[in-house]
Design a protein around this ligand. Structure first.
Ligand code: RRO
Length: 327
């Protein structure tokens, strides 16, 4: 059975790919993803200059039944935009896999400066997409852009108009939304930027971590994480159902030429299947990639193929978006 797909025109040999963040910061980590079954290589969100991130401890895992939730307050540690630009050129020499570069500037101006840099770089020819992250919950003093809709509108409009996106795909990493009016307003904001309407927006990722989570250690009566008073973004099992809901809500509202990428709590083939059933074009793996390493993509892909075989499906199109409402 065929689990390949096309994401905004980018051919992916496998519909499972790594999410920006976990195991995507160093060159060695990106090379491991390139050598795995992941359908693309997605880099850790970059800023113009290198950042060390927040103080330790800044990542923890919490069991949730037989699944695992994560909480992080990394604070955008990364090796800088120029590092990931050079990494993508080096990786291209060993792997033809699509490379998606994530950026997360601390201001609109920083994002535009990074797009200028990429536009002028010879690496742009090897760049499949730029995924603009408007959903980082962990930078002290920086409220989340994706929850400030007037600011989000300005940011996506200015970014989508950038020259880089005349021939490169723009992706947008969104935070989890929790109430219907947000889905309507964000979809209404994004639809005019769709590729079919002459815009550059190729896909959205639903979703980043859910902010303001707090891991508490009962023995020490202290927070588990140190930065920001212990608060962080929850991922993995904690956001799985929110990712399903966010994918479904956006798939029901967005122009067909804007793909929806599912991300949140995928640890098995069944988890990936459910997101595709809700309308996801492809599926990113974050917490489980952190836990299991890059072998997770082949395992989850095999589980997905086995499930599809059992159901008699030959391709993802046979069930994508076909979720039924219970009678
Ligand atoms: O680095 C982080 O703290 C981080 C980022 Br940029 C993000 O987008 N989402 C997240 O959970 N952590």
């Amino acid at each position: 059975v065929d689990i390949s797909c096309k994401l905004a025109g980018i051919p992916l040999s496998c519909c499972l790919l790594n999410a920006s963040g976990p195991r995507s910061k160093s060159f060695e980590q990106l090379a491991a993803v390139a050598g795995s079954w992941s359908g693309a290589v997605v880099s850790k969100s970059a800023t113009l200059n290198e950042r060390l991130g927040n103080d330790l401890p800044r990542y923890t895992e919490v069991p949730l039944g037989d699944r695992t939730a994560s909480v992080n307050s990394e604070g955008l540690p990364n090796h800088s935009l120029s590092f990931y630009t050079e990494a993508l050129v080096r990786l291209r020499e060993v792997s033809p896999k699509p490379f998606i570069l994530s950026i997360s500037g601390l201001s609109l101006d920083e994002n535009l400066q990074m797009l200028d840099y990429l536009e002028q770089s010879s690496a742009r020819a090897h760049l499949s997409a730029v995924e603009v992250n408007v959903a980082c919950p962990n930078v002290p003093g920086k409220p989340l852009v994706g929850y400030d809709l007037p600011q989000l509108a300005e940011v996506v409009r200015r970014i989508s108009e950038h020259r880089l996106f005349r021939d490169r795909v723009l992706g947008l990493k969104l935070p989890p939304y929790l109430d219907a009016p947000f889905f309507d307003q964000v979809a209404n904001m994004l639809n005019p930027l769709a590729r079919a309407k002459g815009g550059s927006l190729g896909y959205v990722v639903c979703c980043n971590t859910l902010g303001s989570a707090l891991a508490v250690d009962v023995d020490s009566e202290a927070t588990v994480l140190h930065p920001k008073g212990g608060f962080g973004g929850a991922g993995g099992a904690l956001v799985r159902l929110l990712a399903l809901g966010n994918v479904r809500h956006f798939r029901q509202r967005l122009d067909a030429s804007i793909a929806v990428v599912g991300c949140g709590g995928v640890a098995s083939g069944e988890d990936a299947f459910a997101l595709i059933l809700c309308g996801a074009t492809c599926v990113q793996v974050a917490t489980q990639h952190h836990i299991e390493g890059s072998r997770c993509f082949q395992r989850i892909a095999a589980e997905l193929q086995q499930l599809m075989r059992r159901k008699g499906y030959l391709s993802l199109a046979d069930f994508r978006g076909k979720l039924r409402v219970a009678a």
